[in-house]
Write a protein that binds this ligand. Structure first.
Ligand code: PEP
Ligand code: MG
Length: 587
């Protein structure tokens, strides 16, 4: 460990995925991938500095050559661009910092150089001046050139890095999160992001501790710094003292005990103390998670986010490939149902196709059922895939981001068309395949009574329902404070939806993140929700919560809640029941 820093540093962010990670930090900056990092021995410091000098010299030689060539083709002026590049390589501040990182932090030269350059790059990316911001590309270019000029075989590598680390990044996209090597990454912390982003949802699904909103972390945190990532409280503790480490090991042990106790109840019925049965199912994004879903004891899949099929390629897989995937799910979960949500690309998820002009407000744009209805060929392939798989288990289909009845009718017409085609082709499918809609746009909740006769079930997507109801972008950390699941308007819309479903004799589930938040289980049960679909890691906690609660008591609390003006007070009411019945799960 570097000797220069021993003081414990606590950085406070927003917790988005519970768990504790203990290990060295690895800072991942934007632009291009980091070279490997490892510690060098004290006696190798001069050799490492020499490697750095050699890489710089080689780069300068190449730039000189390029400059000459450009001069002969387009004259003096154009070739000045390389002048600027050369100046970067001679920048005193940069050279001193790299030398310091090699000597004091004992980082290998290429990583030390990379980290220092990333520091400059990040600082430049934040400059309001557009001209300076543009220059980041030049800097990236030069950085990559130098990195390529390091000779790996000369590297005196003596201390192998421990593969496991805590990742620190400016931001993570859902695809970055999925690409994480779970054996090596103990958790991650980012500067931006929010609890309800798909990145955070994925972290919870994967059981990876994560925090967001750690301002300037990429600039302040040093790679290889020993750290604790606390996904419960949102803290990243650098250079933890021995006492802090002991405390965290204790917390880890206590949490593990709670986890084992919960696991022992895997097969217990999910009924309240006064006998109301709640279907507890799991959300799933990838087939990789299937094992976790089955282990959790979830009774089916309440939401399969099929847009994650796009991660493997640019386009949705074809009908037969999709049918294969859905069949695997249907068979694995049988006799329980699997609800397949049709493509919901857009927003903060992958786009289904590059748009000719970027959307100013992707969450209000080409997303969900809108895309499917505009691309009938692609939509029908998905519907036919679902229908084919429906012959092998219990499947249901649901449509995302529905804002009115016209969309539902059109979607159902396509479904009927696919059924007719498959019948003619002699392909078996479930003719009574249940069809549902996500209630996640306020307009749909407001007319839930008109929608209910058209479908077999509702699944409330609270992540979007909240963002659209209170006009707070679910991934914008500047307004995260206003994103309140217990906002009275949200509570009333849920109630309105459940009541409309009850009147029409259909059921209502919740598959947004509210469903997995055990502070809110009393409220959702009280409002009359019959199904909760949560991340696989949240199933055991929610099961315990359901089993501990009395439905009558929850209903009385929810009755009050719909008449309560402040979200904080509604939160207090639901939390007080949670604290009364399962305090051990809340700390
Ligand atoms: C939701 O909006 O609550 C939901 C479950 O869908 P997604 O998070 O995929 O938008
Ligand atoms: Mg949604």
């Amino acid at each position: 460990m570097p000797s220069a820093v021993t003081q414990e540093i606590v950085l406070q962010g927003i917790p988005v995925s519970p768990g504790i990670g203990i290990g060295p930090v690895h800072v991942v900056a934007r632009g291009f991938s980091a070279p490997e990092v490892y510690e060098i021995r004290e006696e190798d410091v001069p050799a490492e500095k020499e490697r750095f000098r050699a890489a710089l010299e080689e780069t300068k030689g190449q730039l000189d050559e390029l400059q000459q060539r450009l001069k002969s083709i387009s004259g003096e002026q154009e070739s000045e661009i390389f002048e600027a590049h050369l100046m970067v390589l001679e920048d005193r501040a940069m050279l001193d910092r790299v030398a310091e990182a090699i000597a004091e932090r004992r980082q290998n030269a290429e990583f030390a150089f990379y980290a220092v350059m990333q520091h400059f790059l990040e600082a430049m990316r934040r400059v309001p001046d557009p001209y300076l911001r543009e220059r980041t590309t030049d800097l990236e270019d030069i950085c990559q050139r130098v990195l390529r000029n390091f000779r790996a075989e000369e590297a005196p590598r003596h201390i192998a890095p421990d593969g496991q680390h805590i990742m620190v990044a400016y931001d993570m996209t859902p695809s970055d999160t999925v690409a994480i090597n779970r054996r090596h990454v103990l958790g991650f912390a980012t500067e931006v992001g929010s609890v309800n982003s798909h990145t955070a949802i994925l972290a919870r699904s994967l059981g990876l501790p994560a925090i967001v909103g750690l301002e300037d972390a990429v600039l302040d945190v040093r790679t290889l710094a020993p750290a604790i990532l606390d996904g419960y409280s949102g803290r990243l503790i650098l250079y933890p003292s021995p006492e802090t480490l002991d405390r965290y090991r204790e917390i880890q042990a206590r949490k593990e005990k709670v986890r084992l106790d919960l696991e022992a109840q895997r097969d217990a019925a999910t009924a309240t103390t006064d006998g109301r049965t709640i279907t507890l199912s799991s959300n799933i994004e990838f087939l990789d998670e299937l094992g976790m879903v089955l282990n959790s004891g979830a009774k089916g899949v309440g939401l399969y986010r099929t847009e994650f099929l796009l991660l493997n390629g640019e386009e949705m897989p074809g009908e037969l490939e999709q049918a294969d995937t859905y069949t695997r799910l249907a068979k694995a979960l049988a006799p329980h149902p699997v609800i397949i949500r049709t493509l919901d690309a857009g927003g903060d998820k992958l786009p289904v196709e590059p748009l000719t002009e970027p959307e100013p407000n992707p969450f209000l744009g080409w997303r969900g059922i809108r895309v499917s209805l505009d691309r009938p060929g692609m939509f029908k392939e998905q519907l036919r895939g679902i229908l084919r798989a429906s012959a092998h288990g219990k499947l249901a289909v649901m449509f995302p981001l529905v804002s009115g009845i016209g969309e539902i009718r059109r979607a159902k017409d396509y479904l009927k068309e696919c059924m007719d085609e498959l019948s003619k082709e002699g392909v078996p499918f479930d003719e009574r395949l249940e069809t549902g809609v996500m209630i996640e746009v306020p307009s749909a909740a407001v007319i839930a009574d008109l929608i209910a006769p058209e479908v077999d079930f509702f699944s409330i997507g609270t992540n979007d329902l909240i963002q659209y109801t209170v006009a707070v972008d679910r991934v914008n950390h500047h307004v995260a404070e206003l994103y309140r699941p217990t906002h009275p308007a949200v509570v009333r819309l849920i109630k309105k939806t459940v009541d409309a479903a009850n009147d029409a004799g259909i059921w209502t589930g919740v598959c947004g993140e509210m469903a997995g938040d055990i502070r809110l289980t009393p409220l959702l049960l009280g409002l009359g929700v019959e199904e909760l679909s949560v991340g696989p890691h949240q199933v055991p906690g929610v099961r315990r919560a359901i089993r501990a609660l009395s439905h009558a008591e929850c209903a009385a609390m929810a009755d009050e809640a719909v008449r309560t003006p402040l979200s904080a007070d509604i939160m207090k009411s639901t939390l007080s029941l949670a604290q009364k019945y399962y305090p051990e799960l809340l700390d």
